[in-house]
Design a protein around this ligand. Structure first.
Ligand SMILES: Nc1ncnc2c1ncn2[C@@H]1O[C@H](COP(=O)(O)OP(=O)(O)OP(=O)(O)O)[C@@H](O)[C@H]1O
Ligand SMILES: [Mg+2]
Length: 256
């Protein structure tokens, strides 16, 4: 497969400053459709900052200044005429700590589709909630208690509920920032299996500190260090035959 014809997100010369702190130093990266792309690197290297640039979440931080382009489906999401709320609907995000709304399981999933007018209350909404929970692999565990609070579920179930909530608005891209680091191994395995299922329909970008996880799920892996993208390639290349010494030092555990 020629991946270069399949670019979903093209990042071009992206710089980000938190006040005087130059946190991303001109990142260039093509992210491919229906692939899982892992972002790895030592703490503070800019993985979360980079991820948040892809759905304009950094716009919410006052001190932030961004230069460069993030082109998703041929359109720079930082163009003046782009509505950032619409961007965040198309580019969904799952966080490290499962963060269901203080609402019922049903409402957690139904809230955004109702708000965005994707469905109206009633049968079509019920269907979308069911479909999203099935796709997120949590339906069987919650189908008999949809009116109970989302927060009453286990951590792993809550995370899958958050994934259901994300896919309910049918995004193009799903961003995940260490989505399993707060979870036990069995929940982690479920989320990883789910990611492999979801990539058929979505483009997934995941930050992970767990290199085994990157090895298990990611097609492509990007290694960041101190605000630079050091190396980006097929996952097996990054782990077995990296080009850069810094990458090799990191993956062999010499620092990080
Ligand atoms: N909200 C913020 N305000 C100011 N500086 C920030 C903010 N978030 C991150 N930074 C700074 O930007 C740099 C990159 O941080 P970032 O959180 O992106 O790293 P990371 O690779 O995700 O690290 P970790 O693996 O620890 O999550 C760091 O120097 C950090 O201090
Ligand atoms: Mg982070």
């Amino acid at each position: 497969m020629n991946l270069t014809n399949n670019t979903k997100v093209a990042v071009q010369d992206l710089h980000l400053y938190y006040g005087d702190n130059h946190a991303l130093h001109g990142i260039n990266m093509d992210i491919y459709a229906n692939q899982i792309t892992a972002l790895i690197g030592p703490s503070g290297c800019g993985k979360s900052t980079f991820l948040r640039c892809l759905n304009r979440m950094n716009d919410l931080i006052k001190s932030v200044r961004i230069e460069g382009q993030v082109i998703i489906d041929q359109k720079n999401i930082y163009d003046k005429d782009v509505d950032e709320v619409a961007v965040r609907k198309r580019i969904g995000m799952v966080f490290q700590q499962p963060n269901p709304f203080p609402k019922s399981i049903y409402d957690n999933v139904a809230y955004a589709p109702l708000k965005h007018g994707i469905v109206k209350k009633g049968a079509s909404c019920d269907e979308l909630v069911e479909k999203s929970l099935i796709q997120a692999g949590v339906w069987n565990e919650v189908k008999d208690k949809l009116s109970e609070p989302g927060t009453s579920l286990s951590g792993g179930q809550q995370q899958r509920l958050c994934i259901a909530r994300t896919i309910a608005v049918e995004p193009d891209v799903i961003l995940m920032d260490e989505p399993t680091s707060a979870l036990d191994p069995i929940s982690t395995e479920k989320i990883e299996a789910l990611m492999l299922e979801l990539k058929k329909e979505y483009t997934i970008i995941i930050v992970t500190h767990n290199m085994q996880q990157a090895g298990r799920v990611a097609d492509m892996t990007a290694f960041f260090h101190l605000g630079d993208l050091i190396e980006y390639d097929k996952t097996e290349t990054i782990f077995i035959n990296p080009t850069k010494q810094k990458t090799e030092d990191y993956i062999t555990g010499r620092y990080g």
